[in-house]
Structure formats: C-alpha cells, structure tokens
Design a protein around this ligand. Structure first.
Ligand code: PLP
Length: 343
C-alpha cells in the first residue's frame, strides 16, 4: 500500500522555495571559503554541515538504515514540530493522540493551532484500535496519528501498530524514544513497506546525550526530503554533531550502560514491591517504572523534602509516580527514603 504523500502536505510547504545556504551551494571541504560571511579565525568559526553527512553515515551503520532515510532534528521535539508544520494545516486539520502519553504532541499541536482528537488507551494501556479506525473513517481532517511505543509514562510497548499504518491514509508517527530498553524490535525496518510511516528516536535516553539535543526521524526519502526542506538550515551545531559521532563510535559503552540500567530496573522493581506503600508496578519496556503508591502526592512531597525527585503522575494516572532508573547509588538513596516513608 502506498499513500499519496503530496496530497497530505500543506500547500505552502509544497510551494516553498527553501533557504539555500552557502554550504548548500558549495559543499566541498577544501578551498578558500569566502562565501558565508564567517570570521576566518577560530575553531568553531565555520557553520556546521547542514546535512550532517558524516553523522548520518555513522548513525546509519549503527541503526542498519541508509543515511537517505534519516533526518536529524534539534531533539525529537523539533522533529515533532516539523511534522506538524509539514502536514497539518493550522485551524483545519486534526491529529490523533492516545493519552496518557508524552505531552509534547499536545503542546506542539496547540502551538501549531491543530485540533487534537484524544483516543485514550484502554485500561490495559493498549491502543483503542476500534475507536481509532472509526475516527479515521469518519473524520477526514485527521492527518497524523502519534503512537508512543514504548509509551511514556506507562512504560509498555503498544501492539497492533501495523494495522493502523495500513488502514490510515495519513501520517503515522511511532515515537521510539525508549526502544533501546525494549526486548522487542524497532519498527524502523518497516519504513520500507509504508511510505506514510515516520519512526522517531533520540540520542537523549539510552545514548545518554539529552544535553546535546539530537532527535532522529526514519522514513522513506519523500518524507525525509520534506523535513529537510523546512528545517532551520544549521539545526544541529558542530559541537553536537561531534559529540554524537564520538558516542556513536563507542558501542561498548552504550551496551554497558544499557545493561546496567536494565538490571537496575529489575532490581528496583523487586525492591519496591517489598514496600508496603507500593500498590503496583506496571511492566516496563523503558528506563523508568510507573509505580502506584497509596498516596502519590504525599510520597512525591516527602521525597522532594529529601531531595529525591521523581515525576508525580497522579493527575494522569491516579496515585502513580514515574521513577527513572538511576545509578545503583541513586536507586539506593531512593529506596532508603521510601523505606523511611513506609514506616
Ligand atoms: C524523552 C522523550 C523524547 C526525547 O525527546 P528529545 O527532544 O529527543 O530529548 C521523545 N519522546 C518521548 C516519548 C520521550 O519520553
């Protein structure tokens, strides 16, 4: 199945003549560069590579994807915003979001003046696919569906995503920020089958690089070209490209940290279950645990008093706190303070 992507793109984006930077017009590395009004002195005096060629080559190898199917954003947040700006007409189109989920889809929708159709997850935190199918059949203004898998803050993988991609003639975004912590496979390989699928990932979580803001979109070339057309020309700084390259070239460090976080996650889960204030821990495919306690506001405030900061999700899922897996030492401090609260 193939979707007519051009029909989904906003007319102003189709018509857009993109900014052509000095480095677009001449991209060699050798020569006397007098074309970009840079200062000739210094070590960060040159504009960064606008297409991040080297970084995409290395990332492509790590992810087993062609660099042509990779777009890089200033964090996934930029990727999400650019997807809105490419496909969703402000004041006219709509997007489907499945709460409780990552808050940026809603914020980005509001910034772009795009109406949200909320289709809450079922009580088992899986997608309500019947409602999604009904909505996309009845409401042709729906342009994008956001699916976060593993989902934040519930921690679980979402099932039945392929059928949604197949039955929808709009864009499906699968946000895989936490996929490196999951035993299940990424959806990246199926971008080959579906030209309306965008899989987003990030270097902010398992790669430990939240500070450098590198988000990734994987898709067929047509969508990658659209995102490239509208992105700010130099959206990933030289420093950030260099640090990303350095980290991606140390896969052993990545593996060691990931397995440490996973074993700490399991340990934390076992220890937390021993505490009387803990009612339930939801299964996690991510680097955090969603924990139901007897009184989330109380537990949250008492932990803050001890300078241990977790995320209070009480307003989203009653009496739940979301705990990020820290270092062994950090997790010990958390457990000690929770034991004190339990007494
Ligand atoms: C943390 C997170 C991200 C990462 O966002 P960045 O802007 O890349 O740091 C993306 N999606 C979800 C669901 C997240 O929880």
């Amino acid at each position: 199945m193939s979707v007519d992507i051009n029909k989904l793109v906003r007319q102003n984006i189709l018509n857009l003549a993109p900014y052509s930077s000095a480095r677009d017009e001449f991209s060699g590395t050798e020569g006397v560069f007098l074309d970009a009004n840079e200062n000739p002195n210094g070590s960060y005096n040159r504009y960064p590579d606008p297409h991040q060629v080297e970084l995409k080559n290395v990332l492509g190898k790590v992810k087993s994807v062609s660099p042509q199917n990779i777009f890089l954003g200033n964090g996934s947040d930029e990727v999400i915003d650019l997807i809105f700006r490419t496909f969703a007409n402000p004041g006219k189109d709509k997007v489907i979001v499945c709460p409780p989920t990552y808050g940026m889809y809603e914020v980005s929708a509001n910034i772009n003046d795009v109406e949200i159709v909320n289709i809450p997850l079922l009580p088992n935190f899986q997608l309500d696919r019947q409602s999604i199918f009904k909505t996309i059949e009845q409401d042709k203004a729906v342009k994008i569906i956001f699916i976060c898998s593993p989902n934040n803050p519930t921690g679980n993988l979402l099932e039945g995503v392929e059928e949604i991609i197949e039955r929808f003639d709009g864009i499906v975004v699968v946000d895989e920020a936490y996929i490196d912590f999951s035993p299940k496979a990424t959806k990246v390989p199926i971008i080959e089958q579906y030209n309306n699928l965008i899989v987003s990932q990030t270097l902010s979580k398992a790669w430990g690089l939240a500070g450098i803001r590198v988000g990734i979109a994987f898709a067929q070339k047509e969508i990658i070209a659209l995102l490239n057309k509208i992105k700010p020309p130099y959206n990933i700084s030289t420093l950030n490209q260099q640090q990303a390259l350095l980290s991606l070239q140390q896969p052993e460090k990545f593996e060691a940290e990931r397995s440490e976080i996973l074993s700490e996650r399991d340990r934390l889960q076992k220890e937390l279950l021993q505490l009387p204030i803990v009612q339930k821990i939801y299964p996690s495919d991510a680097n955090f645990l969603l924990v139901e306690v007897d009184n989330a506001n109380n537990v949250y405030n008492l932990l803050v008093d001890k300078k241990v900061i977790v995320r209070n999700r009480n307003t989203v899922i009653k009496n739940c706190i979301r705990i990020t897996v820290g270092t062994k030492q950090e997790n010990e401090i958390l457990l000690t303070e929770l034991k004190n609260i339990s007494q």
